[in-house]
Design a protein around this ligand. Structure first.
Ligand code: PXP
Length: 239
């Protein structure tokens, strides 16, 4: 059964809207684990627009399940991550002007540099995931770079406006998921997923873990975080 890692960046985004101390993503991580989440995902961005170094260190201390750190492959963040030792790192592309991660990593154009960075994490026994678009070239390049996992970007699928567009994007995801598993990569998925659109993706048996944040936190405003997380777990597991 696929697992759910809850992305608590969005709690920090609300805090940073006022540059204050609440709501605290550390508290959200505790509630998420109590509600049954299998892991906590955070993204320490270079501009620290939501998650701060303080959040990362505290969340590392308190998480009892699994801490997945999303990060750019930049020297500063790599240094921090190697020191903090998350249970998994996920490399994502990062641009300051974007609102959220847009598109997957172009692994094929940076295979050699990624291979070297990945080896540093492997020396510390930290598995590495690469966030990629559902594109066979990127899947193969991820394998060649030595990554353990790929996280298939479901962002485009989630943004589709009608059924036929969604079907097309879903097909691409299916093919990328199957190819990844066939060539020995473990598979995660995420970005933009909702209580509705995750159902058909959750039927793909090769997917081990979903990283979901925004839609859960949006629902939590109305029903509470505990309930919102339990409902997402149910949706994912009842496929
Ligand atoms: N996976 C990756 C690589 C991401 O960058 C994000 C957003 O931080 C997510 C998953 C979660 O996306 P969402 O918040 O839209 O559920």
């Amino acid at each position: 059964m696929a697992k759910l890692c809850v992305n608590v960046d969005h709690v920090a985004t609300v805090r940073e809207a006022r540059k204050t101390i609440v709501p605290d993503p550390v508290g959200a991580a505790v509630v998420a684990e109590l509600a049954g989440a299998d892991g906590i995902t955070i993204h320490l961005r270079e501009d620290r627009r939501h998650i701060k170094d303080r959040d990362l260190h505290l969340i590392r201390e308190i998480v009892k399940t699994k801490l997945n750190l999303e990060m750019a492959a930049s020297p500063e963040i790599i240094g921090i991550a190697l020191g903090v030792r998350p249970d998994q790192v996920t490399f994502v592309p990062e641009r300051r002007e974007e609102v959220t991660t847009e598109g997957g990593l172009k692994v094929d154009s940076q295979k050699n540099s990624l291979r070297e960075v990945i080896s540093h994490f492997h020396e510390k026994r930290i598995p590495v995931s690469l966030f990629i678009d559902p594109d066979p070239e990127q899947v193969r390049a991820s394998r060649e770079s030595g990554a353990d996992y790929v996280e298939i970007n479901t962002g485009k699928y989630s943004e589709t406006k009608n059924e036929s567009e969604e079907d097309k994007e879903f097909e691409k995801i299916c093919e990328a998921v199957k190819l990844s598993a066939d060539i020995g990569l473990r598979v995660n998925a995420g970005h933009g997923l909702t209580y509705k659109n995750v159902t058909r993706i959750a039927r793909l048996k090769e997917i081990e873990e979903f990283n979901i944040g925004h839609n859960i936190i949006a629902r939590a405003i109305f029903v509470g975080l505990d309930k919102a997380i339990r409902e997402m777990i149910k949706v994912i597991q009842h496929q």
